[in-house]
Design a protein around this ligand. Structure first.
Ligand SMILES: NC(=O)c1ccc[n+]([C@@H]2O[C@H](COP(=O)([O-])OP(=O)(O)OC[C@H]3O[C@@H](n4cnc5c(N)ncnc54)[C@H](OP(=O)(O)O)[C@@H]3O)[C@@H](O)[C@H]2O)c1
Length: 274
């Protein structure tokens, strides 16, 4: 098992599973956490997949983060690229979840406007819980009918899925712990709508170059002030947790944020004790 240490806010060596889970407990409900891995130079994929970037520590934490989720939210592009299968967590995860008052398995919620999804995919037909598909009123009718046979299909917008409406759909179903696994289009739209509470970002120890895109993509920029909430380290990977600035439900400008932090104790620089 890959060793993972906590660096901040409290240093601790070789965390046990329970300690890692405790570090990722959602601070409140509802809570939308977005999870990504990127290279040191900001690449979001290698050869079209995120798996090429993430190492053993990323995979360990990626799996454990799912344990907390009422719902795993993912964009259709990621499902198609990464070949998602049925969302079934391990027996250990299911019993841990039961003991913590969660359903044994999370719901998988897909976001898609075109509904270009394969209804015979294991993602649907082998799912332990009927998946949810968040789509738009303008989605093609035939595709909607096909997907409705294997999933609950719900409109959350007219031509694009509106993140606020999507969160309301999840809240109505008691799915408050939202664990989002991207991709960049989904993250960009949710960020622009002020609908992301936390970013978990693994920095993979590699430089990729080659013009691969950002982890968040939206038609317009959406500066969002974030606060560092925790740092874990596994080998050469850093696992960072940032939460959206308190009291700033939408975006706050980058300039406001930098002046605020210069005035405060956050300009202090710490090094972990060895
Ligand atoms: N590094 C990482 O941690 C990480 C994480 C996730 C993904 N990725 C990578 O990112 C790439 C995929 O990027 P992507 O931007 O295409 O991913 P994406 O956000 O998962 O997928 C985009 C698609 O999702 C649907 N979608 C997302 N937001 C929507 C909205 N607000 N309204 C309606 N539909 C929405 C649309 O589906 P329809 O086309 O069906 O309408 C859209 O074409 C893959 O190569 C994947 O491996 C990397």
């Amino acid at each position: 098992m890959t060793r993972i240490d906590a660096l901040w806010p409290q240093a601790a060596e070789d965390l046990r599973e329970e300690q890692i889970l405790a570090a990722y407990a959602p601070p409140q409900v509802p809570w939308l956490r977005m999870n990504f891995v990127e290279s040191l130079d900001g690449a979001v994929t290698r050869e079209g997949l995120s798996g090429g970037l993430g190492g053993a520590a990323d995979r360990r934490v990626f799996d454990l983060m799912r344990w907390w989720a009422d719902v795993i939210l993912v964009g259709a592009g990621t499902v198609r690229a990464e070949g998602y299968g049925a969302m079934r967590l391990s027996v250990d995860a299911a019993s841990w979840r039961r003991a913590h008052g969660l359903a044994e398995q999370p719901v998988l919620a897909l976001v898609s406007g075109r509904l270009d999804l394969d209804p015979s995919s294991p993602l649907f037909v082998e799912a332990p819980v009927r998946p949810l598909v968040l789509t738009v009123e303008e989605a093609p009718r035939r595709a909607r009918e096909r997907i409705a046979e294997v999933a609950e299909v719900v409109d959350a917008g007219t031509s694009v899925v509106d993140p606020t409406a999507a969160r309301a759909v999840l809240a109505d179903r008691g799915l408050g712990r939202i664990h989002a696994e991207g991709g960049p289009t989904l993250f960009g739209t949710f960020l622009a709508a002020g609908a992301v509470d936390e970013l978990c970002l693994t920095l993979a120890p590699t430089l990729e170059a080659g013009g691969v895109g950002l982890i968040a993509r939206s038609p317009e920029s959406a500066p969002t002030a974030m606060r560092l909430a925790g740092i874990l380290r596994g080998g050469d990977e850093l696992l960072l947790r940032y939460t959206r600035e308190a009291g700033d439900p939408q975006r706050s400008s980058a300039s406001e944020d930098s002046s605020a932090s210069e005035d405060s104790a956050s300009s202090r620089i710490d090094a972990p004790l060895s």
